[in-house]
Design a protein around this ligand. Structure first.
Ligand SMILES: [Zn+2]
Length: 289
């Protein structure tokens, strides 16, 4: 069985990206796992603070671990966007495989200070755990958006600077780095999301010296994804597309059969709809035809 660190190293060597998909429930988890397993590709499950509170923090760990153990499968769990040291500590203590401290709204010094505190704590408890740091605001909700949210820049000046990325990684000791390179959380309702700055990704990868994680992957075009992976992105987060598939399929399922009351029958199509989204994304990220 490979560790998450080895899986990421392998992805870098192969010039592919690992899919990171968020869940709120078992339909999501099974849909994602079934898609990954059918393609025989590693996968990361993400739970934000809200998502993990809904499922249960310990329960999230138990569910993902149960699949990893039963099927001897490279499926890992990440504590997505964690906003305090206390909640990082909780995730580390509970057995998450990776954690993200999200201090993008803090001044860089404060972001560095708390991220470093998280790294020191986590490595002490579990040397195999991966810690991700973030620099550059890209919005904070995985929703359908009317327009680009306030505070997100659309030019190079507002994106993560390569020298800041280098300093951040060096001073914090993070294993993974999430930059702002034109990406945003959520999906624009009326157009594809803005394009990623591919040259900047390349520069940041070089300066950071650790694998890069692309947040806000929903809504980005296929070609843009391929270029971003070639330039140094090793993990891609998808959430909004899954939420949208969930809602559409649930609505359709309820409308199609107004008499059905068995949740597992109603939710079957929801699981299949999520599976379909994840299958497409995993094929793209891994250059599978
Ligand atoms: Zn994110």
């Amino acid at each position: 069985m490979f560790s998450l660190r080895e899986i990421i190293k392998e992805a870098e060597e192969k010039k592919v990206a690992i899919g990171h998909f968020n869940i709120s429930n078992i339909e999501g988890l099974n849909g994602i796992f079934n898609a990954a397993k059918a393609l025989n590709l590693p996968v990361i499950i993400g739970v934000s603070e809200g998502e993990r509170d809904f499922i249960g923090v310990k329960q999230s760990v138990a569910l993902v671990r149960s699949l990893r153990e039963e099927f001897n499968y490279p499926i890992f769990l990440n504590a997505d966007h964690t906003h305090s040291f206390e909640r990082i500590k909780e995730a580390v203590d509970t057995g998450f495989d990776a954690v993200i401290f999200d201090g993008v709204k803090l001044p860089i010094e404060e972001n560095i200070r708390i991220t470093k505190q998280c790294v020191e704590y986590a490595k002490n408890i579990n040397p195999g755990i991966l810690i991700e740091g973030e620099l550059g605001y890209i919005g904070d909700s995985s929703k359908m958006l009317e327009k680009i949210p306030e505070g997100i820049g659309v030019g190079k000046e507002s994106f993560t600077k390569p020298e800041d990325a280098g300093r951040f990684v060096k001073e914090t000791g993070v294993d993974l780095f999430a930059p702002s390179v034109g990406n945003l959380h959520g999906m624009l309702k009326h157009s594809p999301n803005p394009s990623l700055d591919i040259d900047l990704i390349r520069e940041i990868r070089k300066s950071a010296g650790v694998p890069l994680v692309l947040h806000g992957g929903s809504g980005i075009t296929d070609d843009n994804f391929k270029e971003a992976i070639g330039a140094g992105i090793s993990i891609i987060h998808i959430n909004t597309e899954i939420r949208l598939a969930f809602r559409k399929a649930a609505q359709l399922s309820l409308q199609e059969d107004t008499e059905e009351i068995a949740p597992y029958k109603i939710m079957k199509n929801v699981m299949l709809a999520i599976e379909k989204v994840v299958e497409e994304r995993l094929k793209l990220f891994n250059f599978v035809k």
